[in-house]
Design a protein around this ligand. Structure first.
Ligand code: FAD
Length: 259
């Protein structure tokens, strides 16, 4: 069982992000880290390969300035190898441009299963994985909260608003996992040392049979026209029950048109 995991490397999630004042894109010039959303995909892949009795976990990431810190973290968790696509020409790539790049890199891996997070923690359009599946002509299942492999099929409990659906599809396929699908392990000291010698293949746009007209600022069909701070949450109202609490709650819900 060979599994590829899309892993995004993002600016430190503990610090407030900075936006480029002209392009409104996130400032990614500093050190990047493994997106916490993707720890779940990496852990899921490691567990599925172990359950299958063998195979490889390959990480695929597109990131600026040859960044590999996040990949090293995922390799230290136990992934076998990684592919990094980093190229000046990728600057300004929108979600579809990124998907084109990852799809081309994933074609080289020929994995039985591709995993990604449902959404990243910085851009979080939540559109990239299904775009990759479409470009590769693969079936995709999103919002997985449980994933199993049975023969040539992937079985998924798919999170819904009211519970979950049981969905299955033939392999190869792409599945996006939600936070909490598994408990990601911490890299051990042995894992950190082993990660230093695990291979990271570094690719440019030209290696992927793509042109810089398909990706980067040239290829972007999306433009970020402005960014506004999120509205501050208003303080809630505390209702002291003086015998009419239920009536006030009903009136409040009616006002919201919930009932
Ligand atoms: C006009 C425009 C210009 C932009 N310019 C830049 C830029 O110059 N530099 C820049 O870094 N970003 C840029 N972005 C943002 C960039 O396009 C998105 O971050 C990227 O497309 C992924 O989208 P997302 O975070 O919404 O992914 P989502 O769909 O929310 O991600 C879901 C999952 O897909 C996988 N995934 C997503 N991105 C990657 C990745 N890069 N590598 C591997 N796996 C991934 C991960 O598993 C992730 O959890 C730009 C966006 C626009 C609209």
């Amino acid at each position: 069982m060979n599994i590829a995991v899309c892993v995004k490397q993002v600016p430190d999630t503990a610090s407030p992000g900075r936006l480029d004042p002209t392009t409104h894109t996130l400032e990614r010039s500093g050190k990047l880290m493994l997106d916490p959303s993707d720890e779940f995909g990496v852990e899921m892949a490691l567990q599925l390969v172990q359950a299958a009795g063998g195979g490889e976990v390959t990480l695929v990431s597109m990131a600026p300035h040859g960044e590999i810190s996040g990949l090293r973290t995922a390799l230290a968790m136990g992934a076998d190898k990684a592919i990094l696509i980093s190229d000046e020409g990728l600057q300004g790539s929108d979600a579809l441009g990124t998907a084109k790049v990852l799809a081309k890199a994933l074609q080289r891996v020929q994995a039985d299963l591709i995993l990604a997070a449902t959404e990243s923690t910085d851009g979080y359009t939540g559109t990239l994985p299904v775009q990759v599946a479409e470009l590769l002509g693969l079936p995709s299942i999103t919002f997985a909260k449980r994933v199993r492999i049975e023969g040539q099929k992937v079985l998924v409990d798919r999170q819904t608003e009211t519970g979950f659906d049981e969905v299955e599809c033939p392999l190869p396929a792409l599945v996006t996992v939600t936070a909490g699908v598994v408990e990601p392990r911490y890299p051990s000291f042995k894992g950190i040392m082993a990660a230093k010698s695990r291979p990271i293949e570094q690719l440019k746009v030209a290696d992927l049979d793509l042109s810089t007209d398909d990706v980067g600022w040239h290829g972007a069909g999306q433009e970020i026209v402005s960014v506004e701070p999120a509205e501050a949450r208003q303080a809630g109202e505390i209702v002291v029950d003086e015998g009419d609490g239920h009536e006030r709650i009903v009136a409040f819900l009616e006002q919201l048109k919930v009932i």
